[in-house]
Design a protein around this ligand. Structure first.
Ligand SMILES: [Zn+2]
Length: 167
């Protein structure tokens, strides 16, 4: 069976599982996968805490993996699935990578750069436009992040107020 036949819900499920790994590593649960050329090219999760790298977002790590898998930085025809709306850095990277389509679950009104704060992937002034699809398995994606912050608070931990409006 061609993996591309499995549909958006299936790939978002893989991204949700990746996000669980981020949480196990003490990071905000965000997961991403990339599909292209009929196969899964990358699966990654937020690793800022693990790597102590501010750019180690799930999407960036997935783009690097997919480029390595294809042997080219031009990810033409590839789709990226991510549980939360990409930030400005990641949205910019999607354009640079020539991604065909970005699919995300939960919108991020405080930091999202696909439709919420900015519309980077579809900005006609840039030399490539990425198709945007939001709301795939939205409830599960939002609940996962909300639950993470709730547990952190319950544990008495002070947390950064990013994704605050998701809570
Ligand atoms: Zn990001």
């Amino acid at each position: 069976m061609n993996i591309l036949d499995k549909g958006d819900d299936y790939y978002m499920g893989l991204a949700l599982r990746e996000a669980e790994l981020a949480e196990e590593e003490g990071d905000v649960p965000v997961g991403a996968v990339i599909v292209g050329e009929g196969r899964l090219l990358a699966r990654s999760h937020n690793q800022r805490e693990l790597l102590q790298d501010p750019t180690a977002h799930a999407e960036i790590l997935a783009l690097t993996q997919a480029a390595a898998a294809l042997g080219t930085w031009r990810l033409l025809g590839c789709d990226l699935y991510v549980t939360k709306e990409p930030c400005p850095m990641c949205a910019g990277a999607l354009v640079l990578a020539r991604i065909r389509r970005v699919v995300y679950g939960a919108a991020d009104p405080k930091g999202g750069a696909c439709r919420s704060l900015f519309t980077i992937p579809s900005d006609p002034r840039l030399n490539h436009q990425v198709l945007v699809e939001e709301g795939v398995r939205e409830e599960e994606c939002r609940t996962q992040i909300q639950a993470f912050f709730r547990r952190k608070r319950a544990g008495g931990q002070t947390i950064e107020e990013e994704f605050g409006s998701l809570m």
